[in-house]
Design a protein around this ligand. Structure first.
Ligand SMILES: CC(C)(COP(=O)(O)OP(=O)(O)OC[C@H]1O[C@@H](n2cnc3c(N)ncnc32)[C@H](O)[C@@H]1OP(=O)(O)O)[C@@H](O)C(=O)NCCC(=O)NCCS
Length: 250
């Protein structure tokens, strides 16, 4: 049996599984499938044709540790999920986040507050996106990638499995660190190879590639492939791999 608030609006042909909790003022569109044990917090907006799998938690309120230097309590808008999204099992999406249309979020992914995700993007299994991040349209973030807070990924960005990003060069020490705290930026068409590491504030310029296992200590110039520890330019992106040669964009 599920507990669905009388103040929630559930669209036609939408099914809700067993042991779900749907709180006040939630709006769910038509033709959705909500699995078992799904929690949907107050005010969450879910579009049409959305599938949410078992044990997902949508609209979760952030937790601020007593000694957290970074996470501040703020008023959050309810979470919003666009039409035709697929949300996997045990996914957690926090309040204050906006997911566009046709987005796939695979099992066990975590999307923090103040995150926006553009249409048709794929968030892989176990991916963690910290607070205050913007992810563009048609991006692919593969399994177990970590996107640090205050990062920006533009459209058509590809992030291979196990990529790690960082935002604090002072590793949690000194007051000075707050002046320099900065996430990473990946410009349109940027690609990050498997297991690469991006240091705080670095930028991957349009269509640049960071090779597998590289540590990015300087910005990656547009259309370059950078590799190694520390990463150095090894060659240019071959013309046939360039984003504007793929037939995806006008
Ligand atoms: C950078 C990359 C694109 C280069 O591919 P390539 O042009 O086919 O390169 P090659 O394999 O011919 O290697 C050329 C040279 O670069 C070196 N090299 C290749 N990849 C490297 C890497 N990731 N880091 C450091 N050196 C590398 C090779 O050892 C070789 O050196 P050598 O000439 O001294 O023998 C590729 O190695 C890579 O990192 N791909 C990313 C894979 C990935 O993450 N995919 C994600 C989806 S799973």
């Amino acid at each position: 049996m599920s507990r669905i608030s009388e103040k929630a609006r559930i669209g036609s042909k939408t099914s809700v599984g067993e042991y779900c909790v749907i709180e006040d003022d939630v709006v769910i569109g038509d033709n959705c499938q909500i699995g078992h044990h799904v929690i949907i917090r107050s005010g969450t907006r879910i579009g049409e044709g959305v599938r949410i799998d078992d044990h997902a938690s949508i609209g979760k309120m952030p937790m601020s540790a007593a000694n957290s230097a970074v996470t501040k309590e703020t008023e959050l808008e309810p979470c919003s999920i666009g039409d035709h999204c697929l949300i996997g099992a045990s996914v957690v999406v926090y309040a204050g986040s906006t997911i566009g249309e046709g987005v796939l979020v695979a099992d066990l992914a975590s999307i923090r507050e103040h995150v926006s995700i553009g249409d048709k993007t794929i968030i892989g299994r176990g991916v963690s996106i910290e607070n205050m991040c913007t992810i563009g349209q048609y991006c692919k973030l593969e399994t177990n990638t970590y996107i640090t807070a205050y990062s920006k990924l533009e459209d058509y960005v590809f992030v291979a499995p196990g990529v790690l990003t960082s935002n604090d060069n002072y590793l949690g020490r000194t007051e000075e660190r707050f002046k320099h705290f900065k996430g990473v930026t990946v410009r349109i068409g940027g690609r990050l190879g498997v297991g690469s590491i991006i240091l705080p504030g670095r930028e991957i310029e349009p269509d640049a590639v960071v090779a597998a296992g590289a540590v990015l200590t300087k910005n990656a110039p547009a259309n370059s492939i950078v590799a190694g520890v520390p990463a150095r330019e090894m060659k240019r992106v071959p013309d046939e791999q360039k984003l504007d040669r793929q037939g995806w964009i006008d």
